[in-house]
Design a protein around this ligand. Structure first.
Ligand SMILES: O=C(O)CCC(=O)C(=O)O
Ligand SMILES: [Fe+2]
Length: 326
């Protein structure tokens, strides 16, 4: 969902329809008929910036992260008691559980009923991980940290079959994702991609795929590999083996302003349009709320106070309009 655009004609926002298309063959069409995301081994920081970041071009970087042994056991042994929100595909809702329960559920899951811990911003619960998941030097120039003093470092741990349906990220940020173990497939479309409706009311996938600005591409990200995805690109993931990845928004100077706008807009949306937010993505509502709380904590304000202040201002405005009309 784009914050500035809660309603749009772009059918790529219709996640359920797109999921159906992916499971009915769209995955294979993209895999076989379109390029794989470029893979570069041991790329220098300078070349990475010039050839990919400045060109807003996705790339898989290999040979940059320490090949270390991460596994489900690694997480349960280190953080077993820590509580997180996991998405349970069969119930279409989130559930609070600890990491040991998560890893057990992952091990006993089947691909049609996957279990996915998404976007666990581990900083407050488990700051020790800062040592374990340092981003590669290529991403050190982080304007989010420079300006706001924090970067959401997140872990995504899921069973085979876990999905993140297609979306463009709410805020302006480039995605950095480092695959820790297992395999995850990524499908991308450019930020220009637009899915039109045909005369019969169905989505026009042929037009989407034929449009040279859509740039469909995919890759299977393996342990030790990093994917850089430019901001606002559409993306969908599918976990091919039990997997964990470490992700963070990579903020370059040119997107720091819209990024901050995103950070500040979210508490307002939660205050003013909670029902719309819940309806748009019920499974992610808790995670969104946690994200707001973490930013609030870092920037040093009380989220309840801010949300109530926004609500009060909104009510006062409505009241004025009502009195004017009366
Ligand atoms: O890893 C995934 O399943 C999705 C990650 C994602 O959407 C993101 O980092 O923006
Ligand atoms: Fe995303």
């Amino acid at each position: 969902m784009s914050q500035s655009d809660l309603t749009t004609d772009n059918l790529l926002y219709k996640q359920q329809d797109i999921e159906k298309a992916f499971s009915n063959g769209l995955s294979d069409i993209i895999r076989k008929g379109f390029p794989q995301i470029e893979r570069r081994a041991n790329l220098s920081v300078e070349d990475f910036r010039k050839e990919y970041v400045e060109q807003n071009k996705p790339v898989v970087l290999t040979g940059l992260t320490d090949p270390r042994t991460f596994s489900l056991e690694y997480f349960s042994e280190k953080t077993g008691e820590t509580k997180v929100f996991i998405d349970l595909y069969d119930t279409q809702r989130t559930e609070s559980a600890n990491i040991t329960t998560l890893t057990e559920k992952i091990k006993s899951s089947t691909p049609d009923k996957p279990v996915y811990l998404q976007e666990w911003w581990f900083e407050k619960d488990f700051p020790e991980f800062f040592e374990d998941f340092k981003p590669a030097d290529h991403f050190a120039d982080d304007w989010g940290r420079k300006v706001l003093g924090c970067t959401p470092y997140t872990l995504w741990i899921g069973s085979k079959g876990s999905l993140t349906p297609i979306h463009e990220d709410t805020w302006h940020f480039n995605v950095y994702t480092s695959q820790l173990f297992g395999k995850k497939e990524w499908f991308l479309f450019s930020k220009e991609a637009f899915l039109y409706e045909k005369k019969d009311g169905t989505p026009d996938f042929e037009r989407l795929l034929a449009d040279p600005t859509s740039l469909p591409q995919s890759c299977v990200l393996e342990a030790g590999e990093i994917l850089f995805m430019p901001h606002k690109w559409w993306h969908r993931t599918e976990t091919l083996e039990h997997s964990a990845s470490f992700n963070m928004p990579y903020i370059t100077e040119d997107i720091i302003q819209p990024y901050i706008k995103g950070v500040l807009t979210l508490p307002m949306l939660l205050a003013l349009k909670p029902d719309e937010l819940k309806a748009l993505n019920p499974m992610r509502y808790n995670v969104t709320m946690q994200r707001v709380e973490m930013f609030a904590h870092h920037i040093g304000f009380d989220p309840d106070y801010v949300i109530h202040a926004i609500k009060n201002a909104h009510e006062a405005e409505k009241d004025k309009e009502y009195k004017k009309a009366a």
